[in-house]
Design a protein around this ligand. Structure first.
Ligand SMILES: [Zn+2]
Length: 159
């Protein structure tokens, strides 16, 4: 995430040097990726805490969450990961553990929620077709710079 942030900042500098637009979005991407990475490295007493939650307790910590949800960040101090039948990250896990951990780190570090695309659906790379369409529509946009899955797409690939 830090390495991608560094590359994005370099690209932004090149765009500025050429007098081209688009640097703002790249710098926002970089800022949020760096914030997530910093949260993952944080070992201070104020650091966010990742909790492993048993499957039977998932609906208690994430009321109203979709059945396939695997992780949830309710505030800037707390991340929950679901320990399902196949273990943590084992159920419904199209996304890699790195993707899921990075995604939640963006939530906890920036306070941004999953962004809603123009079609009215939250933008998830690994969601239902409408969510995937939403995700694709936010690639390279200011809203995408605040969307955890779009930021993970910059690091791990959009396809
Ligand atoms: Zn999310």
């Amino acid at each position: 995430m830090d390495s991608e942030a560094s590359k994005l900042n370099q690209k932004a500098d090149k765009l500025d040097a050429k007098g081209k637009s688009g640097a703002d979005v790249l710098r926002a991407d970089a800022k949020n990726l760096s914030a997530g990475a910093a949260a993952l490295r944080d070992t201070s007493s104020a650091a966010p805490v990742a909790n492993l939650v048993a499957d039977k307790d998932w609906s208690t910590v994430h009321p109203g969450g979709s059945p396939g949800s695997q992780a949830f960040t309710p505030d800037s101090h707390t991340i929950y990961f679901r320990n399902g039948d196949k273990g943590v990250f084992g159920d419904h896990a199209s996304a890699s553990p790195q993707w899921e951990i990075g995604h939640e780190s963006i939530h906890v570090a920036t306070g941004q929620r999953d962004q809603i695309g123009p079609n009215g659906f939250p933008a998830y790379k690994y969601g239902n077709p409408a969510m995937v369409e939403s995700f694709k529509s936010l690639i390279g946009t200011p809203a995408g710079a605040n969307n955890p899955d779009n930021l993970m797409g910059l690091v791990y690939g959009n396809n």
